[in-house]
Write a protein that binds this ligand. Structure first.
Ligand code: ATP
Length: 297
């Protein structure tokens, strides 16, 4: 299977309004793909189509090689759509047990999912005593039951406080590393997605605006790249000597180069005795590219 999700011409209308418009998705297995778009872009509708909760009006779509909603595919998908539906008066583990029985998952899975989401200690407390972050993590535990190959998460960080966001982000980032899970998660905030995902799908008014790696979003033009180095002033001089526009900021030097030239710039610095600790496309770039994509629509 080449793609975890593959669609062509995927279209959904409400009345005569097209809210998902001709989407051709390609989600790579084992990657974390951020599904990004402003409010009302059509993300939840798309996710509902992938899960078979809504029917396509036209186009084709396969999720893990099966049509959306096919039980052979659904068995391998974990989903967290908006906030999880939990029984407040039951404990964490009792909530998990209900889903476990419904899905026919082995009992041993309870311990596994509780430990992944870090709720082992709190499993026997009623859910009404949980913080929002803990409830969200319990929702993730529900989604992870039965060892899914694909996790579809709709705005998983919505409503969480900064500590909750941090916990959830760490949790999601570890999944592909540990279990090879493919993660497809929606958000309307670029900065949020950028810290979790390696790949991006951007939609606006239901139409695909970008699909590819996060790095690729700024790859094709001269962009600002931040090099964290031991000697930013010296690095800046070296860039200037190579006719690269650069400036020094505290602890970093920002060079204006096309993405493809980053390895060359890096090796030039290293050959001249500079220690390079980190290379990142500057946040401003990603944001301006993202906004430009939305404006072009
Ligand atoms: P958000 O980030 O706000 O959740 P979204 O990208 O998930 O937005 P959707 O919820 O998919 O967007 O909505 C896409 C568009 O479809 C919106 O304009 C919304 O008003 C409309 N829409 C969603 N559900 C229905 C429905 N059941 N009937 C009619 N219009 C709908």
């Amino acid at each position: 299977m080449e793609y975890a999700v593959c669609s062509d011409g995927m279209t959904k209308k409400y009345g005569n309004r097209t809210v998902v418009d001709n989407l051709g998705l390609r989600v790579h297995p084992g990657h974390i793909t951020g599904f990004l778009g402003p409010n009302g872009a059509g993300k939840t509708t798309t996710i509902s189509l992938l899960l078979g909760l809504l029917r396509l009006d036209s186009g084709i779509c396969e999720v893990l090689g099966y049509p959306p909603g096919d039980h052979r595919g659904l068995k391998q998908i974990g989903a967290l759509v908006e906030s999880p539906s939990l029984y407040d008066h039951l404990t964490g583990i009792e909530n998990l047990e209900i889903t476990r029985l419904m899905r026919g998952v082995p009992k041993s899975d309870l311990g596994r999912v509780l430990s992944i989401v870090g709720l082992t200690q709190d499993a026997k407390r009623p859910v009404r005593t949980y913080s929002l972050g803990m409830k969200q993590r319990l929702g993730m535990a529900l989604a992870l039951m039965g060892e899914p190959r694909l996790l579809i998460l709709d705005e998983p960080l919505n409503g969480l406080d900064p500590a909750g966001i941090l916990e959830m982000r760490e949790l999601i980032r570890e999944l592909p590393k540990k279990d090879g899970i493919t993660v497809f998660l929606s958000s309307h905030i670029l900065a949020e997605v950028e810290q979790i995902a390696t790949d991006l799908v951007i939609i606006h008014h239901g139409k695909l605006r970008y699909q590819g790696s996060i790095d690729g979003l700024v790859a094709h033009e001269d962009s600002e790249v931040a090099f964290r180095v031991n000697d930013p002033k010296m690095a800046c001089e070296l860039f200037s000597k190579s006719s690269i526009t650069a400036r020094v900021e505290p602890e970093i030097v920002i060079a204006c180069i096309p993405h493809i030239e980053i390895p060359m710039a890096n090796s030039m610095l290293v050959h001249n005795g500079i220690s390079v600790y980190e290379i990142t496309p500057s946040q401003k770039n990603l944001e301006s590219r993202f906004l430009a994509l939305l404006e072009d629509a």
